[in-house]
Design a protein around this ligand. Structure first.
Ligand code: GDG
Length: 726
């Protein structure tokens, strides 16, 4: 990692607080903070984030002090007011997105002011981060609080290297679609070159929302938007394995344990450590523990549940209620089962120093990690790392991302109280040999896929995706462009073949011709091309002739409609001699039946073809119907001369001989051209490219595999090239 890495997250690894009037600087807590803390050690990395204290509570001098203190640790603050913290952090982030992303739609609050502040604060983060944008910096944006930052940064710098990692689950489309601002959030993320998630399920959910909400498809996880590629991948976060392995061996462990006068040595310890968050399933876990005490009385007085709930987001109502629920349940269970010398639950609502946390991991016989939903869950991995004798049992919810990596844990459904109660018993009675066997397998995985490996993998993938974006082997280079312009300048007779949709006009989400009219800019460019008498300029399109007639009044322009079905030359239209009556009659009822069965699809009938459009059909249904339709049509067709073709959100049925290649061969043979330029973007243009002589300038618009000699990225680049023709 030679270039600067700019880490952008809501919280900095250092938190500022005021104690007795004085500012204090402490390490931040929480999954993300502990998780990527080790990235600080990456040479030349800086961190942009909120320092944890409201700016209205600070004097100017204090702000300056914070800036200079943080700078010593390569941290750069984004100052937020009390109101911003309320609405952006407590509001949109933690009361709208967090509950939805963890499948708690009933907890979600939708407030306009939350969203407005979320936008303002995201822009603030991007602004500070952008100050580091020079010198090939890589920007790495973290988590659900900053989903708009990638797009804002992209607008500031179109070539920036931007990565985004989501630490929470990405919910299924059925949940994500509930968010009023769903489009803006997805567009925000798509500003990145790489969007990373913990598991492949989250990747799938994201891709499905992108496809269903924005209509962008992906190829093997890469989404193409105009000339940009956005890569997605599952890159599960790891932990600083050595830190926990060392921590658990610390000689202080024993003395720490003594200070926990809660246990006697003969008691087995069941441990649970989480932020006090409703996604962590603490009340359900207590229910399961109660059932365990009921169903397995042999463990009474022989086991203790040590339940550590770390205070979190205490100002949000749902969290206050959660704390009350937990405490009621703990009191009730302790009241019901306690004896004079034994209390079943040792509960603490507090954050523990690192040493104590490690001591507890080292001591625990069974670790209970039973979130209802969790992006990953680092506690499970930290427990595994702490077991240097490979004893101990991990009971893990299969709703946590960590479950995909730790199949050797006892996996449970946290809503299945019976199952969790049974798993606790199983854990307490598991033979040592089996404990070791399972633990060793988990340790092998966790010790290899560490936090450093995760960060390294992410940055490497980001570098590769930026590289992929830059390079396209057929991209028209400045040198080739210069030669093209020089050849054009010297030529006396030139043939210029231009496809229309996707070449001179961007893809429009409607098949109605009025939505696809050429812009004035295009008309002007064509006018100046046709004014030059050395040029023969032909629009060669799949559109019907009446559409092309309406679009282009320029009489000097040649027009080819329906891929060659109609040719307009010297003032009149000439029709192809191919007949269509019979096959069209056979296929029409099938196509009409599919339109009726597939809401959102439309049938376009042209003189020589049918086109079934499915751009407005939900992508999953469209895929199934499309394949079914193609099978049915092919089975019905009595002749080999008619082809069924897959296009851009269309299925087209037309005579095989009616293709741009046939007409282009005729046009090429008609004259001794000194210069030929052909530009097109889709599969129908490939026939045209193949039919051209080897020295013709054939240009494909896009990044797909092509028979053209060169490629341009988008319509704007095509127009720019045409404009630059001398
Ligand atoms: C989010 C996602 C994802 C906990 N109590 C104490 C303490 N901790 C530390 C643990 C662990 C971290 O906090 C908690 O991490 P989790 O992963 O369990 O959960 P979230 O905070 O919800 O984190 C989560 C994570 O981001 C990373 O991507 O795994 O799914 O929700 O590191 O050790 N640390 C100390 N005392 C405590 O009392 N010192």
């Amino acid at each position: 990692m030679n270039e600067k890495l700019v880490i952008i997250s809501t919280r900095l690894p250092v938190s500022v607080s005021r104690v007795d009037g004085e500012l204090q600087f402490n390490a931040s807590s929480g999954g993300l903070a502990t998780g990527i803390d080790s990235l600080k050690k990456t040479p030349d990395s800086v961190w942009v984030g909120w320092p944890g204290i409201a700016s209205d509570d600070l004097t100017r001098t204090e702000k300056k002090l914070i800036i200079s203190e943080l700078q010593k640790r390569e941290c750069y603050p984004v100052f937020l007011t009390n109101d911003e913290i309320d609405k952006f952090y407590g509001g949109y982030s933690n009361s709208t997105l967090w509950p939805l992303f963890h499948y708690f739609p009933n907890e979600a609050k939708y407030e306009d002011s939350y969203w407005k502040t979320y936008q303002t604060v995201n822009a603030k983060f991007a602004k500070v981060a952008h100050t580091f944008a020079s010198n090939n910096a890589k920007m790495w944006v973290h988590d659900y609080q900053l989903m708009l930052v990638p797009q804002i940064l992209r607008k500031m710098d179109k070539d920036a290297a931007i990565g985004f990692f989501l630490h929470t689950p990405f919910p299924s489309f059925e949940i994500f679609r509930l968010i009023p601002e769903r489009e803006a959030l997805l567009e925000g993320l798509l500003g990145a070159n790489l969007v990373g998630f913990h598991t492949y399920d989250y990747v799938r959910h994201f891709l499905s929302s992108v496809s269903k909400i924005l209509g962008y498809e992906n190829l093997l996880g890469t989404i193409k938007i105009g000339d940009r590629l956005v890569q997605t991948d599952a890159i599960p976060i790891g932990i600083d394995y050595k830190k926990f392995a060392r921590g658990a061996k610390n000689r202080k462990v024993n003395s720490i344990l003594k200070s926990f006068d809660l246990f006697n040595v003969k008691t087995k310890v069941i441990l649970a450590v989480d932020r006090a968050d409703y996604s962590k399933g603490i009340p359900a876990r207590l229910d399961a523990f109660e059932l365990f005490l009921e169903n397995y009385p042999q463990h009474l007085k022989k086991a203790v549940l040590v339940l550590i709930a770390v205070p979190s987001r205490g100002d949000v109502d749902a969290y206050k209620e959660l704390r009350a629920t937990i405490e009621q349940k703990v009191s009730r269970i302790n009241g019901r089962f306690s004896t004079t010398d034994w209390t079943p639950i040792a509960y603490r609502y507090q954050s523990l120093p690192f040493d104590e946390l490690c001591a507890l991991y080292a001591l625990a016989d069974v670790m209970l990690v039973t979130p209802l939903r969790d992006g990953m869950n680092l506690v499970a991995k930290e427990f595994v790392a702490s077991k240097h004798k490979s004893n101990g049992v991990l009971v893990l919810s299969d709703m946590a991302g960590a479950a995909t990596e730790l199949p050797d844990a006892i996996l449970v459904n946290p809503n299945n109280t019976q199952q969790v109660a049974g798993a606790i018993d199983l854990g307490l009675t598991m033979p040592n040999s089996e404990q070791k066997q399972r633990m060793k397998k988990m340790q092998a995985r966790i010790s290899e896929y560490t936090i450093e490996k995760w960060a390294g993998d992410f940055v490497t993938e980001l570098t590769e995706s930026v590289q992929k974006q830059k390079e396209s082997p057929k991209q028209l280079s400045p040198k080739q462009r210069k030669t093209l312009l020089a050849d054009y300048g010297q030529a006396k007779s030139r043939l210029i073949l231009l496809d229309y949709d996707g070449t001179l006009k961007g893809f429009v989400n409607s098949l109605h011709e009025r939505h696809s009219r050429p812009t004035d800019k295009v008309k002007k460019l064509l006018k100046s091309l046709t004014k030059d008498k050395k040029n023969k300029v032909i629009i060669i399109s799949g559109r019907p002739r009446n559409a092309l007639e309406k679009y282009f009044e320029n009489k000097d322009l040649g027009l080819v409609a329906e891929h060659g079905g109609w040719v307009f030359d010297a003032g009149s239209w000439i029709k192809s001699s191919l007949t269509t009556k019979k096959w069209k009659k056979d296929l029409k009822p099938i196509l009409e039946q599919f339109v009726a069965r597939t809401a959102g699809s439309e049938l376009e009938e042209k003189d020589f073809s049918f086109v079934w459009h499915y751009r407005r059909v939900s992508p999953d249904l469209a895929y199934v119907r499309k394949e079914e339709l193609k099978r049915k049509l092919r089975a019905t067709l009595a002749t080999d001369d008619i082809g069924v073709f897959d296009g851009r959100k269309i299925v087209e049925i037309k005579p095989k001989r009616m293709n741009k290649g046939v007409i282009v061969s005729d046009l090429v043979a008609k004259n001794d051209w000194d210069f030929i330029l052909a530009i097109g973007d889709d599969y129908t243009d490939e026939d045209m490219f193949v039919a051209l002589p080897a020295d013709a300038y054939s240009i494909n618009v896009g990044k797909q595999t092509t028979n053209a000699r060169f490629q341009l990225n988008c319509v704007d680049e095509v127009l720019e090239l045409i404009k630059s023709l001398p």
